[in-house]
Design a protein around this ligand. Structure first.
Ligand code: BTN
Length: 257
């Protein structure tokens, strides 16, 4: 069982910024928090999710041994886009993993954390937009493969996923990771005002730079060269004919390095 006391202890003086609920099994922590969340910093952590949700309507494998956590945010910074919130969360989770076990996850635009091309963690930001177009509240969901075995990953996601335990060769503490992620969310300003160096911190881990990609669901199948990201975390790409476009949502598949 995930030990809530251990999470609070690892949070230290910052524990007061969060209200944490740990549950053994739910359909999705996103759904639970949407129904029960009241204030920024409300957190739901589940040991197992029976209907874990991924981006773009996909499911997210959520059996025992992972961190499945949703956090309620009320972004104060006006006009802060969903892309920027997911980017900030990507940096927070990547930095938390580096803090905890010294690994250096890379970010595949916009929010997949990978090591050696295999997925380690995913992030889902679901927002409620107010009448002036800003985010009123956002439920930020993070799923990290912590102690999943190679056998289980290969069985469910052959060749596509890895875990902290696989990468470090030893089990890792889910409680310590949960606390590190929450501390990094605070540090990056997701509960207050986003730090000015977020863009650099995101870009330095972005593996998608300088790769050739296709846009998922684009019937033309055009292969774009990735040029850079803009200050809103949009991905700037160029077609073989030299036409440039900037993507703010959706997903890209990497074709080659
Ligand atoms: C993705 O990679 O497509 C995003 C995955 C997000 C998974 C997390 S686990 C905690 C929260 N609850 C969910 O149902 N999904 C998110």
């Amino acid at each position: 069982m995930i030990d809530k006391k251990a999470v609070l202890q690892a949070l230290g003086p910052q524990a007061k910024r969060f209200s944490i609920t740990v549950v053994p099994e739910v359909d999705s922590t996103q759904v639970v928090l949407r129904q029960s969340g009241k204030a920024p910093g409300d957190v739901v952590i589940a040991e197992v999710q029976t209907a874990g949700r991924g981006r773009m309507g996909r499911s997210f494998l959520s059996d025992e041994g992972g961190l499945y956590m949703s956090v309620l945010l009320c972004p104060k910074e006006k006009g802060f886009s969903g892309t920027a919130i997911t980017a900030a969360a990507g940096v927070a989770v990547a930095e938390a993993i580096t803090d905890l076990c010294g690994l250096t996850p890379e970010i595949k635009w916009v929010n997949d954390l990978q090591i050696g091309g295999k997925k380690l963690a995913g992030i889902l930001a679901e927002g409620q937009i107010s009448s002036d177009g800003d985010y009123q509240s956002v439920i930020l969901g993070m799923g990290v493969n912590v102690n999943s075995s190679v056998q289980r990953l290969e069985q469910c996601l052959p060749g596509r996923a890895t875990s902290l335990a696989v990468e470090t060769g030893m089990p890792q503490s889910i409680e310590a990771l949960a606390a590190r992620v929450l501390l990094r969310l605070l540090d990056i300003g997701l509960l207050d005002t986003i730090v000015p160096d977020l863009w650099e911190r995101y870009r330095s881990r972005l593996i998608t730079l300088s790769q050739t990609v296709c846009v998922r669901g684009d019937p033309s199948g055009i292969r774009y060269r990735v040029l850079d990201i803009d200050r809103q975390f949009g991905l700037i790409v160029e077609s073989p004919e030299g036409t440039r476009r900037t993507l703010y949502s959706g997903e890209v598949s990497v074709i080659a390095g």
